[in-house]
Design a protein around this ligand. Structure first.
Ligand SMILES: [Zn+2]
Length: 286
């Protein structure tokens, strides 16, 4: 565990496989995203309880690596309304999780009979503020990494939580995103007045991470645009183009996703970018 206090009210854990997990301490506490591995979630619950009573658990999107831990947390789960919908209808099933946990968290396979997807009970369309006494966490809907992503902002501390709209560790999957939204969302984050950016994955950063992240995205989009110019179809492009995955792979002694899943995410991501560029070729110059 490497829980870091980054500002007066914010603690961030960046060592969990699957997502960064944050604690905001005011009158009671709010959490941003929950651990992917059930073993981490159970330990995380003990950690967060030391800071006070959990009032809110914010999910920045519906992906399992940000939401599985909801089940083990207290408080009310809060998200964009689209996140609730995706968790209700598209959450990974028992067999998928059993196979995944067998690799990333073997002890958790036995917990699967007990485990239930915990969906948000509080949802919003455009904006919602969560007050913890003197401080407020401002949630704003922002399609980007997914169609139902959000940006959470704690103006008191100058901290912005971007979920996977911005990742410091590398590019996440593009499979649920539209290319235009992907870049628009980075622009939106740039418009915030912040000192600390808590990304979905990787280290807490400053404003400089935005340009680097945008450049990584441009490289992938540029490669797909080039494949289209060469006459490659979607399947060929998806078979050829790869971007480094630093998010699902083995890290710091923890096993990552099975290779075939990582490969599947890559292909789906490239196919997603391909479709968008066919519809709107001008996106290649974002
Ligand atoms: Zn993620």
């Amino acid at each position: 565990m490497t829980l870091n206090r980054i500002s007066a009210h914010v603690y961030v854990e960046t060592a969990h496989l699957g997502s960064n997990n944050s604690i905001i301490v005011g009158d009671g506490i709010a959490l941003v995203d929950t651990p992917h591995r059930p073993s981490d979630a159970i330990a995380w619950r003990k950690t967060v309880d030391r800071f006070g009573k959990t009032r809110y658990v914010v999910n920045t999107d519906h992906h399992p690596d940000h939401t599985i831990g909801n089940y083990w947390m207290g408080g009310e789960v809060v998200s964009h309304r689209g996140t609730r919908r995706r968790l209700l209808h598209d959450a990974p099933d028992h067999d998928y999780l059993a196979r995944l946990f067998a690799r990333i968290d073997p002890a958790a396979v036995a917990l699967l009979d007990e485990y239930r997807v915990r969906v948000p009970d509080i949802v919003f369309t455009d904006q919602l503020d969560l007050h913890l006494g003197d401080i407020a966490l401002e949630l704003t809907f922002q399609p980007g990494h997914t169609a139902n992503s959000l940006i959470a902002y704690l103006p008191e501390d100058g901290v912005v939580f971007t979920g996977d709209i911005v990742c410091e560790a590398g590019l996440p999957s593009f499979q649920d995103c539209r290319v235009a939204d992907w870049f628009d969302a980075i622009d939106k984050v740039a418009g915030y007045d912040f000192e600390f950016l808590v990304p979905g994955h990787g280290e807490v950063a400053g404003r400089e991470v935005l340009a680097r992240y945008r450049e990584w995205g441009r490289e992938v989009v540029g490669e797909v645009a080039e494949a289209i110019r060469r006459g490659a179809d979607s399947e060929q492009a998806a078979a050829e183009i790869r971007f480094p995955d630093n998010i699902h792979v083995d890290t710091a002694g923890q096993p990552g996703y099975p290779d075939d899943l990582i490969e599947f995410f890559q292909r789906r991501s490239i196919a997603r970018v391909y479709t968008d560029l066919i519809e709107r070729p001008e996106l290649a110059s974002r």
